[in-house]
Design a protein around this ligand. Structure first.
Ligand code: NIG
Ligand code: FE
Length: 423
């Protein structure tokens, strides 16, 4: 018999169990809470979850170890479905310049912005970048994230992109699950300056086939916006990726909507992310589709902007909304999904329950992982959190804090409310 773990005493056990697929409408508010429940984990997988008496009897028969969650909230670990994990040093000068009044676009035009991160990532060794990414993952885990999507996209040359993707596969499972995304079309690199079309040609002919052949990415991503790639360029790149078996994710309508929803529909994207500038006329089409609308309010906060994505209108129209950090050095330097929940609730008028669903089960759907993680149900990975709160609404309410007492990944406790070093 393998290792068993009994989680007992939780004031609220948020299971988020429900039919498979993304949650929308009223289902987005259903946390499927068991008051005074218990959960039994065997070999890293949830084997039983329900009323305490029944689960504790099963656990006694298996001589399970105990994790005492008395007075706490227990919930699935966060699935952070949009991060730029590999990115070199922070952009502190950009931050100050913005405070002094320069816009994100002006800073980019003066050699700062994404281009400066590009120079850094090309220069730094894989070892250095891996050490930095591992430290960031440890901080994410301490804040309750158990699965992370991570994009390349800060080199935009073959060597640098492969370096970034390889280190992601080295870090996968140590112990967080990492879903690697090739963000080949993030920005036109200096070699192709003024000629984005030939950069897209290069991506389709050289980079995408190489990434696909080496199985280094699960998805392909594009930044379709003013100052990045046009609708037609993005479409060409994503269709090329699709032919090689790499499904689409999209950065769209962050500053300008260049036809983001149409692009996502035409490429059958798993996820369309940002949407602060979404054309309201496209909300219904998005809501009727299977595309997840991934909202990233951390980037709005950090850029000092006030236009958040229209979460309420999206949810009320029936869209499947997810929340993620967008962890990156330019627009959203945060590891903490709990802070993202606070922003979602206070700035975008999502309810705490909607925000929790969006940050767990719908994040898992955005990565095609909902059969494995994102909710606590028999047969799923035991990826869960014990939080020092007695009501789940306190998680966004007490903002800017880390409420996580334990992060547990596949049945193994990682963090105790402090920074930790992962292997
Ligand atoms: O998701 N908008 C494009 N990409 C990132 C920011 C990249 C950067 O500024 O380094 C984002 O916000
Ligand atoms: Fe992003």
């Amino acid at each position: 018999m393998g290792k068993s773990l009994l989680v007992r005493g939780a004031r609220q056990l948020l299971t988020l169990r429900g039919p498979s697929g993304p949650r929308r409408g009223t289902a987005l508010r259903d946390l499927a809470i068991i008051e005074s429940g218990a959960m039994l984990v065997e070999d890293g997988v949830v084997s039983s979850i329900g009323p305490a008496r029944r689960v504790e009897n099963l656990a006694a028969a298996r001589r399970a170890e105990e994790l005492d969650a008395s007075g706490c909230v227990v919930m699935p670990g966060f699935v952070d479905s949009h991060t730029h994990l590999v990115h070199g040093p922070p952009r502190l000068a950009d931050y100050e310049a913005r405070i002094e009044g320069k816009t994100y676009q002006e800073i980019a035009a003066n050699g700062g912005g994404i281009a400066s991160t590009l120079r850094a990532v090309r220069r730094f060794t894989a070892r250095w970048l891996e050490r930095q990414a591992a430290a960031d993952l440890a901080r994410m885990a301490a804040c309750g994230t158990t699965t992370v999507e991570a994009k390349s996209g800060y080199a935009q040359d073959l060597a640098g992109e492969l370096k970034s993707l390889r280190l992601l596969s080295d870090l996968d499972g140590r112990p967080l699950d990492i879903v690697p995304t090739f963000l080949g079309a993030h920005v036109t690199p200096p070699e192709f300056q003024g000629n984005p079309e030939s950069y897209i040609d290069f991506l389709i002919r050289k980079a995408l086939p190489e990434v696909a052949r080496r199985k280094l990415a699960r998805f392909a991503d594009v930044y379709c916006d003013e100052g990045a790639f046009t609708y037609a360029q993005a479409l060409r790149y994503l269709l090329g990726a699709g032919r090689l078996g790499l499904p689409a994710r999209i950065h769209g309508a962050q500053f300008e909507d260049l036809g983001a929803v149409r692009l996502a529909l035409e490429t059958r994207a798993y996820s369309l992310d940002h949407l602060e500038a979404l054309n309201p006329r496209d909300i219904d089409a998005l809501a009727r589709s299977s595309i997840i609308a991934t909202l990233l309010p951390g980037s709005v906060l950090h850029l000092g902007l006030t236009r958040y994505a229209p979460a309420r209108a999206l949810i009320d129209a029936g869209a499947a909304v997810a929340l993620a950090t967008d962890f990156n050095p330019g627009t959203s330097p945060t590891w903490n999904m709990q802070m993202v929940l606070s922003l979602a609730c206070s700035q975008m008028r999502m309810t705490p329950a909607e925000a929790i669903c969006a940050a767990t089960v719908n994040g898992a759907c955005a990565l095609g992982l909902d059969g494995r993680t994102g909710s606590l149900e028999a047969g799923k990975q035991a990826d869960f959190l014990v939080l020092n709160v007695s009501d789940y609404r306190e998680i966004p309410y007490y903002f800017g804090a880390n409420h996580v007492r334990d992060t547990v990944k596949r049945g193994v406790p990682l963090a105790r409310g402090k920074e930790l070093t992962l292997s």
